[in-house]
Ligand binder design. Structure first.
Ligand SMILES: C[S@@+](CC[C@H](N)C(=O)[O-])C[C@H]1O[C@@H](n2cnc3c(N)ncnc32)[C@H](O)[C@@H]1O
Length: 267
């Protein structure tokens, strides 16, 4: 049933992307269907970002949080493992995440979705010495059975994150600030973190069920004035982040960074 639901969702999203994003230039990718869908998804994302049709206000971190007139950020040179990619929306996202950390000067950061630790490392590099960065992922040594519905892309990420993968922060000076946690975000006990988190980043599973559940936990954990951010807002495909963020935007102010897929709100 789960597989069938995933397949139907994926097929519907692929057809939608092909119909809405297809153009003559994309025909050159006809023999490479994965790249074709990725290109068309990004084209649609860019169209909506450029024309302000994302359903939430577009603001830079500088426009929303108290920042000095100039702000340094620290980016790690990780020899290939990077969000500074061919697709520039990831660059806007990592710069904005670092800026949020610099502006908030968080004591406690909580992330759902460690994968290889790229964002966790950047939270540590851009937060004060005394900060702690908690980063939650599914157990690495078992075959995790997520409690809620997941998308096909979620399953690929989960597979990439399981096994003996070395995290990017291991062996770095920033590693001492980072506390890896293991568990399913839908079953994890967040109560010790209630009202304690300055910056909560949601980047775990991207189905609507998971994003809604993770967001409820984030709202309980964020301290007043803290920030909650979601990754992959506005990307085409099967994306519960976009639906959830747009729904939430009817009751609270949510910002999307221009050109990026990061959405954030002040708690
Ligand atoms: C998109 S990746 C996160 C990317 C990461 N923030 C980075 O720095 O590159 C999503 C991660 O969420 C994890 N994940 C998926 N479902 C989860 C769940 N229910 N609970 C906790 N983590 C989950 C996956 O194992 C995967 O490592």
């Amino acid at each position: 049933m789960t597989r069938l639901r995933q397949s139907l969702e994926t097929a519907r999203a692929a057809v939608r992307v092909l119909l809405l994003g297809g153009n003559l230039a994309s025909l050159t990718l006809a023999s490479r269907p994965r790249e074709l869908v990725a290109y068309l998804s990004e084209s649609l994302f860019l169209l909506r970002a450029m024309t302000g049709r994302r359903g939430v206000r577009q603001s830079n971190v500088f426009d929303v949080l108290d920042c000095p007139p100039t702000q340094e950020i620290t980016l790690a040179n990780l020899d290939g493992d990077t969000w500074l990619r061919e697709v520039p929306s990831y660059t806007a996202d990592i710069v904005s995440l670092c800026l949020i950390c610099r502006a908030l000067r968080p004591r406690v950061v909580f992330e759902i979705g460690t994968l290889h630790g790229y964002t966790a490392l950047h939270f540590a590099l851009n937060s004060p010495e005394e900060a702690t960065v908690y980063t939650l992922d599914l157990p690495q040594d078992a075959r995790p059975e997520p409690a809620l519905h997941t998308t096909v892309v979620d399953d690929a990420h989960i597979k990439a994150g399981t096994g003996a993968t070395r995290r990017l922060f291991e062996g770095t000076a920033a590693a001492g600030k980072i506390v890896p946690l293991y568990g399913d975000s839908a079953r994890f006990d967040f109560s010790p973190y209630h009202g304690e988190v300055d910056f909560f980043f949601i980047d775990g599973a991207h189905s609507y069920d998971y994003v809604a559940s993770d967001t409820l936990h984030a709202l309980a954990c964020a301290r007043p004035g803290g920030v909650i951010a979601w990754h992959d807002f506005g990307r085409a495909g099967v994306n519960g982040v976009s639906r959830l963020v747009r729904e939430l935007a009817s009751t609270r102010e949510i910002h999307a960074v221009p050109g990026g897929s990061l959405a954030f709100t002040v708690a």
